[in-house]
Design a protein around this ligand. Sequence first.
Ligand code: SF4
Length: 395
Amino acid sequence: MSGTRAGGLSAPRPPQGYLEQDKAAPVIQGWCPGALRPMASGDGWVVRVRPRLGRLTPAQAAGIAELAQAHGNGLIDLSARANVQLRGVTEASHAPLIAGLRALGLIDDSVAQETRRNIVVQPFHGASDPTLAIAADLAALLAADDAPDLPAKFGFAVDCGAAPVLTATASDIRIEVHDGKVWLRPDGSSRAKAISADTAADEAIALARWFLRMGGVTGGRGRMAALIARGITPEAFDTPLPEAQFAARPGLCPTGAMIGFDFGQMQAATLAALAQLGALRVTPWRMLVLEGAQNLPALPGVITDPADPMLKVIACTGAPGCLQALHPTRSLARALAPHVPDLLHVSGCAKACAHPGPAPLTLIATAQGYALHHADQITHHTADELLARPELLTR
Ligand code: SF4
């Protein structure tokens, strides 16, 4: 990682009781960073911006690039919940950064509002589908004083384009369109309730309240799928929906041009260059859609080839950028990428935050090296072994 600005940093929420010897046991924060409530990392504070309705205007994108350079270390991440993270922010630079983001219309009134506005919007929505209207209604209800007090990671997916594409994106309440009808579905269940687009947001909030009433939250944490797994299901959600599959790849798409980035991270200069090309839709696949573009941009730091080997590796920040990481992740993932048949996830600790679901191949840093999870087997290797014999990945 370059441009580290951790000097003089005081963390807003340091991991409780964190000691060097505790590194093998990752600290579960139970919350995600926001803009008003940043999270400490090894390279400074991480400030997460939630673009409204999943979209950045050219002015907002250019402004974020400028602010990341001025008040962070110039590195910008795309998150798995379609958010934009500025890295390397300091205690001193946080206030002017927030003022700049607020001027761009990207800051909520309070931490509570920011935390609740956890909505992933399908990036392929069109003028004739209800995605934006439902997402806007939902955002308004979640900003209200009487909004349900949901756990920090609880989220909504508004997936109402031609077909669902967000089924693999972490969300607790899903609003989907199947065969032209709008459905409400609790995560963890394949059964849904038919609803109308006009009342979809209200119905989603009602389902969130049901989740709270049924004891979905323990100690401030809880996810819908865990409640459903306990056999607790809402009434009238009885229509089985077909399973939707979607694999995100760079290329031209119904709403423009989708582009990727190594590990979903870009330099501020890259975002500034993209802002010149038009509005951006932020996806949960750590890619951006250049709205309305008919050509793929030829810019440094941008992946446009769907066969690029870097699309086969996912790696969290790892060491030294993350305080909990036992070893680096991205340098190893980059070196192994040409040898990966399908997908490799490299994680700096057991928390696996870059890819919470299973992957065909997973490397998890341990005190001694890396544990390779492949099929049902776990083997242990050093980075040097893996680099010298990448066939170990699939043997
Ligand atoms: S998975 Fe990676 S980014 Fe997440 S806490 Fe562990 S080392 Fe840090």
